[in-house]
Design a binder for this molecule. Structure first.
Ligand code: NAG
Ligand code: NAG
Length: 492
């Protein structure tokens, strides 16, 4: 009631054309406002605090300019700015530096007026992702980036290991898992912030993902020396039928002991955002076309036939066509059942998923790596129970951030019907899912997780860290764009 009166007063003021632009109406925050935080694409959020529905910030009201100068001349440096509209009065601003810049100015105007606190100008050099000119130690990195406490998942994964002595276990790890064709494993050494590796197995192309994140990290932070083994395959490796070795994997499971890292998928989308990769945790939010109320109350799903339950989903959907728009996109594992579960449908953009209120996350061969993007889209996610997990599942709460469904999907219909009948609650859970994604799964979080994980892990390694025979050095394939020989007097 109070709010309505307030809105009425606001409307009168607006009606009389007295519109005040006040900083208190906007919340602006994010790592992109801190110049020392170097990312492939820096980002921050602008949210208007709505007093009433009519008061939401429109893109046409906003004028955002980010510019700076080259370091050795007064010419403008190359910055690309990208504004993502979340269609709810909030925006994500991303900008990518293609070279080091100085005097970077972030200017935000609303209806021609500067927002309080802006323009914001950074006097000292801002480095681009390709530079390794300003490397922090781990503690100052964690501090600057506001990484917070070490994640519970990291603690749980590492607590099994007391003192890791590679002098004793390296050969045994290799002989236990060296099974070319079935297992692909790389042995990495980080020493003096340089990266070395040796891989075992036939299909080691995915080492590229591990190389890329390590290279990006060593441009930003002085990593401690350590040695590790990375599993490049889908399935976690370390079962208690063998000795429990420390092996890093992208997917964990309740019946294995692998140390989990953010998946290569979300990590690569972090490193290549505003670059090679179209779909990332921020772009997905800026390409959602409609707010909750206008989305279709159906489950939308596309994917390949990589588990029996995916076929079962198709079967269930045929009994309840009003509740589903689902189909398989290709057959590989169950080709002989194509007739029953086909036809396949053609590829749709991931952004189209969010024309629908409900999403479903079904395991494929392991955990489905699309889960972070599903959460970010703000629809309600139904998640199949599974023994597989990713690095962030530990922080997720069922029925708060998503709706759990039984592994065999037997309660799926009942749960969708609940969502249809309880639209407000369904919407709230969808919003909590998106908030979770923004608090835990953005580029900042992905970098922080890796740094904290490798830092904590390195404390467990007791053997001296030496380059192992047969290792090659991992070098950046990018052209070095910085020579770092700036006059740093003006710097911080
Ligand atoms: C890390 O760097 C900060 C800032 O440069 C410095 O004050 C601190 O002593 C360093 N810490 C360690 C452990 O070297
Ligand atoms: C299902 O989704 C596809 C892709 O968005 C769309 O072309 C099709 O019309 C939808 N089918 C129904 C029955 O709504």
């Amino acid at each position: 009631m109070k709010l309505n009166i307030y809105c009425l007063i606001m409307k009168i003021i607006i009606f009389n054309c007295i519109v005040y632009v006040d900083a208190s109406e906007y919340k602006i925050w994010g790592p992109g406002l801190k110049p020392e935080i170097v990312m492939p694409a820096r980002y921050f959020f602008i949210e208007s605090i709505p007093n009433c529905d009519t008061n939401l910030l429109e893109l046409i009201d906003l004028d955002i300019k980010i510019e700076g100068s080259k370091i050795d001349s007064n010419k403008p440096c190359r910055i690309w700015t990208n504004i993502l509209n979340r269609n709810d009065g909030s925006y994500i601003v991303r900008y990518k530096l293609y070279e080091p810049c100085i005097n970077v100015k972030i200017d935000i105007k609303v209806r021609g007026e500067n927002i309080k606190g802006f323009p914001l100008t950074f006097k000292y050099i801002m480095f681009s992702e390709d530079c390794n000119c300003n490397i922090h130690n781990v503690s100052s990195f964690i501090n600057n980036w506001e990484c917070g406490e070490t994640q519970t998942q990291i603690k749980e994964d590492l607590h099994l290991f007391k003192g890791i002595d590679f002098g004793k276990i390296r050969k045994r790890i290799v002989s236990t898992y060296d099974n070319p064709g079935a297992v692909s494993l790389c042995n990495y050494v980080i020493k003096n912030n340089l990266i070395y590796r040796k891989c075992y197995g036939q299909h080691v192309g995915f080492k590229m993902f591990m190389d890329n994140i390590l290279l990006s990290l060593t441009r930003k932070v002085l990593l401690p020396d350590f040695e590790m083994f990375v599993n490049l395959g889908d399935w976690p490796l370390v079962k208690d039928t063998n000795e429990i070795f420390p092996i890093f994997s992208w997917c964990g499971s309740k019946d294995s002991f692998d140390i989990v890292m953010p998946t290569y998928d979300i990590t690569e989308s972090t490193l290549e955002s505003m670059g090679r990769v179209m779909l990332d945790m921020l772009s997905v939010q800026g390409n959602v076309r409609d707010k909750w109320e206008n989305r279709h109350p159906k489950i939308f799903w596309r994917g390949r036939d990589s588990s029996r339950e995916r076929l079962k989903l198709i079967e269930i959907s045929r009994q309840y066509p009003d509740l589903f728009n689902v189909s398989l996109t290709n057959f590989f594992f169950f080709r002989n059942e194509m007739e029953k579960y086909g036809p396949t449908s053609k590829h749709v953009s991931f952004y189209d998923f969010f024309d629908y209120k409900y999403q479903i996350n079904l395991d494929g061969t392991v955990a489905a790596y699309r889960f972070p993007y599903l959460l970010a889209g703000g629809s309600l996610v139904f998640k199949q129970d599974s023994k597989y997990y990713e690095f962030f599942y530990n922080n997720l709460k069922s029925n708060m951030h998503y709706i759990p469904i039984k592994q065999d999907l037997s309660d799926l219909i009942e749960k969708i019907k609940w969502a249809v009948e309880n639209d407000e609650e369904a919407k709230t859970i969808g919003m909590h899912g998106r908030d979770f994604a923004n608090d835990n799964l953005l580029p900042k979080n992905i970098f922080c997780y890796h740094v904290q994980l490798f830092n904590e892990y390195s404390k467990k390694v007791t053997s001296t860290v030496e380059i192992v025979e047969g290792m090659e050095m991992v070098k950046s394939s990018r052209r070095e764009k910085c020579n770092c020989n700036y006059n740093m007097k003006d710097e911080l």
